[in-house]
Design a protein around this ligand. Structure first.
Ligand code: F6R
Length: 256
C-alpha cells in the first residue's frame, strides 16, 4: 500500500489526474471506476482542465447509485456522474455505466452490472472516496469482504453525511446499489482520495488498523496496488506519517 500526503485538495486532484491521464495515454487504463461525493471533485476538475481526446475512448463504471431516485433527480448518481464526470471529461456517454437503482428487478440489475464490468475487460483503476463510517462504495461496516454488486442499506451516519446534497437527512434514500468489496478488490489498481479531519479516523483504521469488515476500507490492505492520497488533516490520525512522507520523497526514479 502506498500512502501519499499532499498539501491541498488541488494537489490531490492534480496528482490523481496526472496518474489517470498517463495510464489512459499509455492504454493501461481503458476502464476507469469512478466515485461520486465531494472527495473526487478536485480530481475531476483537474482531469477536465488537462483532458485529452484519449479520455473519449475509455469506459467508466460508477461505484454506486441510490435506489428509488429517478435518473432525473439531480442527486441520482446517474445525474451526478453525467454532470461531474461524463460531460466535463468528454467521456462517451454510451461507455459510462451507473448501477440501475430504478430497476424493477434490482437483483438482476446487480448481476448485469457485474457482467458488464467483466465484458468491458475489468476495471483498470478504481477511484474511491471513503465515508466517515469507513465505507468504500456504499459497503457499510459489516459488509461481506467478498461481496459483489448488490443492494445495501445506508447507515444513519452516512445518510446524515449525505444530507448536505439533499433537502435534509430524511430526503436521503435508505437503500443503494453498490459494487461489492469483492468487486472493488478485482480492480487492477485502486486510488483512494480523502481530505479533511472528518475522514482521519476512517483513514487511520483503513491503513493502520486490523483488516475488518467494521472498517471496510481496511480491506484495501489486501490489494496489491492500492494508493491512498490524503491531505494532512485526513492523515492526522496515522502514526507512521513521517515514514510515508520519507517513502514518497525518496521514491526511486522509476516510480515517479
Ligand atoms: C461515492 C461513494 C462513497 C463516497 C464516500 C465519501 O460513490 O462510493 O464511498 O466516496 O461516502 O463521500 P464524500 O467524498 O462526499 O465525503
Amino acid at each position: 500500500m502506498q500512502v501519499i500526503i499532499l498539501d491541498s485538495a488541488d494537489e490531490i486532484g492534480n496528482y490523481a489526474a496526472d496518474l489517470i491521464l498517463r495510464g489512459v495515454e499509455r492504454s493501461q487504463i481503458n476502464v476507469l471506476g469512478v466515485a461520486t461525493g465531494s472527495s473526487p471533485l478536485p480530481v475531476y476538475a483537474a482531469l477536465a482542465r488537462k483532458r485529452t481526446d484519449a479520455l473519449s475512448r475509455i469506459s467508466a463504471f460508477a461505484l454506486d447509485e441510490y435506489v428509488g431516485l429517478p435518473y432525473t433527480h439531480p442527486q441520482s448518481y446517474h445525474a451526478v456522474i453525467h454532470r461531474e464526470v461524463t460531460v466535463p471529461l468528454g467521456l462517451d456517454p454510451a461507455r459510462v455505466h451507473v448501477p440501475d437503482g430504478a430497476a424493477d428487478d434490482i437483483e438482476q440489475a446487480c448481476a448485469e452490472y457485474e457482467t458488464a464490468i467483466v465484458a468491458a475487460g475489468g476495471i483498470d483503476l478504481q477511484l474511491l472516496g471513503i465515508g466517515t463510517t469507513g465505507h468504500i462504495g456504499f459497503n457499510e461496516p459489516t459488509s461481506s469482504l467478498a461481496s459483489r454488486t448488490r443492494i445495501k442499506t445506508l447507515t444513519p451516519a452516512t445518510r446524515a453525511d449525505n444530507a448536505r446534497f439533499f433537502g435534509g437527512p430524511e430526503d436521503v434514500p435508505h437503500h443503494c446499489i453498490t459494487q461489492g468489496l469483492g468487486t472493488i478488490m478485482d480492480a487492477k489498481s485502486v486510488l483512494l482520495v480523502a481530505q479533511g479531519a472528518g475522514k482521519a479516523h476512517a483513514v487511520a483504521q483503513s491503513i493502520e488498523g486490523p483488516v475488518s469488515s467494521m472498517f471496510p476500507g481496511s480491506l484495501l490492505q489486501m490489494h496489491p496496488r492500492a494508493t491512498f492520497v490524503l491531505d494532512a488533516e485526513a492523515a492526522s490520525e496515522l502514526t507512521l506519517t513521517d515514514y510515508y512522507r520519507f517513502v514518497y520523497e525518496n521514491r526511486p526514479e522509476w516510480q515517479r
